[in-house]
Design a protein around this ligand. Structure first.
Ligand SMILES: Cc1cc2nc3c(=O)[nH]c(=O)nc-3n(C[C@H](O)[C@H](O)[C@H](O)COP(=O)(O)OP(=O)(O)OC[C@H]3O[C@@H](n4cnc5c(N)ncnc54)[C@H](O)[C@@H]3O)c2cc1C
Length: 407
């Protein structure tokens, strides 16, 4: 049987960044187990590609700290490794008067999180930056950018392997047994003896925690985000990134326009409660996922609290016209035929038994193990900083001295 000091479950950007931080700081043997035939097939490969600035998050939270530090580290990483990125900036646009105080609150949060260059825009100044956008007030966030996270994750994987770490794809973790203080991991590719485990399984992270004998309080609830693209002839309607003022009750940002690093303009994502954790189309249902949600009290409390918003999101999912209307609030000239459907992503969002959506990143330690139980946006932006955080938790909690810690 193969032996390793650390097994990381999940070859998404969080697992790979944690692997990278560990191979840089220890001589421990390290294996990343990825269920899919290739890395970055789920959230990391299906997102908006935005390098977030840290505007939205509660000052002092893990999300705020890791986003600001991770953004700076990511930009340096991209520069060092020739990965294309663009700090194109973004605007957050208030279209109704009741959104203006929330926009002001975002401005304050951004400043508290150490962002620089934030600027309130009048409608005229807004038009200078984005001529086709209409709003009564806006905030310019120059530190926001764009990148392709699949490229970033591929580079992390390359560096992990170059430093001696191993990445095994097609190796879904199926069972975990404890044996004399260590773990026997049964995977789709055979057994692995691991002294320590780090769970970065995204949409499956609560299940992996349960396989490891934990009883996590929270449960993952999947929220699908659907995208449209602007037809090439209408891409000129959007210069950079255009966001609405988000509803503070939810961790999602509202449908927005994003110019991608490859030159397309995407619109979305909405946030529809999905009936399958890895279901990228409306209508895909996993009886196991539905059953697990239905048995969780937190799910019903979420529904009772937010059914109206949920129905609105569902309506925007079913009706292209409703999606179009939401986007038209920001860019009135946008015509229905300017949009073509373009894929979806599914967010792994942890839910409390109370029905509250977990706002912050959540890292839980157990004997020989670290579990990442909530790593929603901006975890891609923050990945290098999250990796450092996980690695320092591992260096403190795991017995890696024996494996040769480099000090
Ligand atoms: C629609 C959408 C838009 C987003 N936009 C942005 C954005 O613009 N900017 C930003 O910073 N963030 C964004 N995010 C968030 C970001 O993409 C995620 O936070 C980040 O990718 C999480 O990475 P991860 O490694 O935790 O998860 P994932 O990328 O989902 O990786 C988890 C991995 O674990 C594997 N796995 C699961 N179970 C097992 C098992 N039993 N055994 C082995 N492997 C297993 C999976 O196959 C998967 O590869 C967005 C997310 C979505 C869905």
């Amino acid at each position: 049987m193969k032996h390793t000091d650390v097994a990381i479950i999940g070859g998404g950007i969080v697992g790979l960044a944690s692997a990278l931080a560990l191979v840089r700081q220890t001589r421990a043997r390290l294996v990343v187990l990825e269920a899919e035939p290739a890395i970055a097939q789920h959230q990391t490969g299906h997102n908006s590609g935005v390098i977030h600035s840290g505007l939205y998050y509660k000052p002092g939270s893990q999300r705020a700290r890791n986003c600001v530090a991770g953004r700076a580290a990511l930009i340096q990483f991209c520069q060092e490794h020739g990965i294309p990125f663009d700090l194109c900036g973004k605007i957050v646009v208030a279209t109704e008067t009741d959104e203006v105080p929330r926009l002001e609150e975002l401005h304050r949060r951004g400043e508290a999180n150490g962002l620089t260059g934030l600027r309130r825009l009048s409608p005229e100044e807004l038009r200078e930056i984005e001529p086709h956008v209409r709003g009564i007030a806006a905030l310019h966030v120059p530190e926001t950018g764009i990148v392709d996270y699949k490229q970033v994750a591929a580079k992390y994987a390359e560096l992990v392997q170059a430093a001696g770490g191993e990445i095994i794809t097609g190796a879904r973790l199926l069972r975990v047994e404890r044996q004399s203080g260590a773990l026997i991991l049964a995977t789709a590719q055979g057994e692995l003896f691991a002294r320590h485990l780090i769970n970065c399984a995204g949409l499956q992270s609560d299940r992996v925690a349960r396989l490891c004998g934990l009883r996590p309080e929270v449960q993952i609830v999947p929220f699908r985000g659907e995208y449209y693209q602007l037809i090439p002839a209408r891409r000129s309607l959007v210069r950079g990134l255009i966001y609405p003022v988000p509803d503070p009750r939810f961790p999602f940002l509202g449908v927005h326009f994003t110019r991608t690093i490859h030159g397309e303009v995407e619109a979305g994502p909405n946030a529809v409660l999905a009936l399958c954790r890895e279901g990228y189309r409306l209508g895909i249902i996993s009886p196991r996922d539905v059953w697990q949600m239905a048995r969780f009290g937190g799910f019903w409390r979420l529904i009772v609290r937010h059914w109206r918003t949920g129905l609105g999101e569902l309506h925007r999912s079913i009706s292209r016209r409703a999606f179009h209307r939401a986007l038209q609030r920001l860019v009135p000239e946008l015509a229905h035929d300017d949009l073509i459907p373009f894929g979806a992503g599914v967010r792994a969002q942890a839910l409390e038994p109370t029905g509250a959506l977990v706002d912050d990143f959540r890292f839980v330690q157990a004997e020989n193990m670290i579990h990442v139980l909530n790593a929603p946006s901006p975890a891609a932006t923050a990945s290098l900083s999250i990796g450092e955080t996980i690695a320092s938790m591992a260096l403190q909690a795991f017995d890696l001295e024996a494996a040769g810690v480099m000090r």
